[in-house]
Design a protein around this ligand. Structure first.
Ligand SMILES: Nc1nc2c(c(=O)[nH]1)N[C@H]1C(S)=C(S)[C@@H](COP(=O)(O)O)O[C@H]1N2
Ligand SMILES: [Mo]
Length: 520
């Protein structure tokens, strides 16, 4: 029992020290590396259902923005995993030492430190997401920290079991140890959190949207008060990564490597892509396939990059090339058929969002855009493109998600603006109701609202930012007292209605109608 207690306390201190060293010196934070490694090894179905569960909990309990809150959950789980593993190791050590009557406590302590530390070092090295230090320094650091941790376990065992001349009581020792642990953990957490990490974030004033009006600013139909912003501020844009911490890439060391079925391998610098090709600007709505009906895993901004069609001739592909395999710094990958690129000039290697270099979490320095597909098909942090002669499933397709991942038409009620009633000349009052409708690159042709299961009535559509974004809809409802339920549905640009049958996000994106009830 005391093995577990001591194990937990010492491990908490170890994690705090790791955290501090990570924030201050860029040394690896093994808790996140190990967790990311585990999620790679886990079967896709387990990953999906645990993510679904987290998203469900967040939304049911209204815990906050889905993507951000899910990340906090993930981080807590990552730390818990390391804590539990190391606590078990502590218990095993104490049981062993008890059997050995306390002999060789240090030796076995250090041995268990090595036994836990060595695999953690290797795993952290293979994932190497959190460290900015070199591989040798990182490895020495993790291993040394675990050896000290193991030695400390052995020392604690001796203090607890071997009678000494000035021995303090077991209970007092544990309390002191607990106190010391709490101080170290708190200090680590506070100092680590305060440590300013170098961030290349963009000043708000440098963004395109800070100095420009949106192309549809003059559109007749105005959003209903309280609807989500039509142009998503960068810090509000959802973020979904396979990693606990997004990869930090330095512009100077980065190259876009082109290989495989090409006449000769190439490497582009970021400035090559920005300078040598005419930039393409597109207003785009990106959505995650995990987005539940009316969820917040969807956002709209202005993307800038190079059309893949323009770049293609310069890649000098061999005639047998049919696909491009795109690989990212975090191990994510996706395969794009050349046909898709040749058929659609909007497929774009993107280097800016809202007129500024991509933020780290959104894929700096380079990500791709492929119209009509969910985010799971669109790698961020691109490092290389390999020309191949065959299709392969991408990262999430390998894990059971839909191979097409075509965006489904979807609509949501964002607001029932009861406190913004409009009183008309004939004294009738209208309540503005509104939200978004989205159908990938197909656009939205019609939105309808139903009240209390009655007739479907057509809503007004605001001219969208582009054919690739969501459409803001609005329905000014003639007010009646009582409890009412509103439901929304949309039709895509080709006239196809959104799927009304309710299905969960896995494996091909959520379908179903969004309803909201309110007492007036
Ligand atoms: N390299 C890489 N690219 C990635 C991902 C990732 O985890 N790694 N996640 C994908 C998923 S599932 C989505 S929904 C979008 C999210 O982009 P955002 O975080 O910028 O909103 O990125 C996609 N591209
Ligand atoms: Mo996603």
């Amino acid at each position: 029992m005391s093995g577990v207690a001591v194990g937990v306390m010492l491990t908490a201190s170890l994690i705090a020290v790791f955290y501090l060293a990570w924030r201050l010196a860029g040394l690896p934070f093994p808790a996140f590396d190990v967790f990311d490694w585990m999620t790679r090894k886990l079967p896709g179905s387990a990953l999906t259902s645990s993510l679904d569960a987290i998203v469900y909990i967040i939304r049911t309990l209204h815990l906050g923005p889905t993507a951000e809150t899910a990340k906090i959950f993930e981080k807590a789980m990552a730390i818990a995993v390391l804590l539990v593993t190391a606590a078990i190791a502590g218990a095993v050590l104490f049981a062993l030492l008890r059997a050995l009557r306390g002999n060789y406590a240090y030796l076995f302590g250090i041995a268990i430190g090595a036994a836990v530390g060595a695999p953690v070092t290797l795993i952290s090295r293979s994932v190497s997401q959190t460290a900015t230090t070199g591989p040798i320094i990182s490895a020495v650091w993790i291993l040394a920290a675990f050896l000290v941790w193991g030695g400390a376990l052995g020392w604690c065992y001796r203090r607890l079991s071997v009678a000494g001349v000035v021995r303090i009581g077991r209970r007092r020792f544990l309390i002191r140890l607990g106190g010391a642990t709490a101080v170290i953990a708190m200090a680590g957490a506070v100092v680590g959190a305060l440590a300013v990490r170098r961030r290349r974030e963009v000043v708000v004033g440098e963004r395109w949207s800070a100095n420009h009006t949106l192309p549809n600013a003059a559109a007749e139909v105005k959003p209903a008060p309280g609807a989500r912003p039509e142009f998503t501020p960068l810090e509000q844009h959802y973020q979904i990564d396979i990693n606990t911490i997004p990869p930090t890439i330095s512009k100077d060391n980065w190259r876009l490597k082109i290989g495989g079925l090409v006449e000769s391998p190439l490497a582009f610098m970021l400035d090559d892509l920005r300078g040598k090709y005419e930039p393409l600007h597109q207003f785009i709505t990106l959505a995650c396939i995990s987005n539940p009906i009316a969820g917040d895993l969807i956002g709209t901004t202005r993307w800038t990059g190079v059309s893949m069609q323009r770049l293609l001739p310069d890649l000098r592909l061999k005639p047998e090339a049919t696909h491009l395999k795109i690989r990212s710094a975090d191990g994510f990958f996706e395969v794009v058929p050349l046909e898709t690129i040749k058929a659609d000039e909007r497929v774009m290697l993107t280097y800016a969002w809202d007129g500024a270099p991509l933020l780290t979490e959104h894929g700096f320095p380079l990500r791709i855009y492929i119209p009509n597909l969910y985010g799971m098909k669109q790698p961020k942090w691109i490092e290389s493109i390999e020309a191949t002669d065959h299709w392969e499933p991408g990262y999430w397709v390998e894990r059971g998600w839909d191979a097409q991942a075509r965006m489904k038409a979807t609509s949501a009620i964002d607001t029932i603006a009861i406190n913004m009633m409009i009183v008309q000349a004939d004294a009738r009052t209208l309540v503005p109701i509104g939200g978004i409708a989205h159908a990938g690159a197909r656009g939205v042709s019609k939105v309808e609202v139903q009240v209390d299961g009655g007739e479907w009535r057509e809503a007004q559509l605001r001219a969208p930012l582009s054919g690739l974004t969501w459409v803001i809809w609005r329905y000014d409802w003639p007010f009646r007292e009582g409890r009412h339920t509103f439901t929304v549905r949309c039709y895509d640009g080709e006239g196809a209605p959104q799927i009304m049958e309710e299905t969960p996000p896995a494996p091909a994106g959520a379908s179903g109608l969004h309803s909201k009830s309110m007492m007036f």
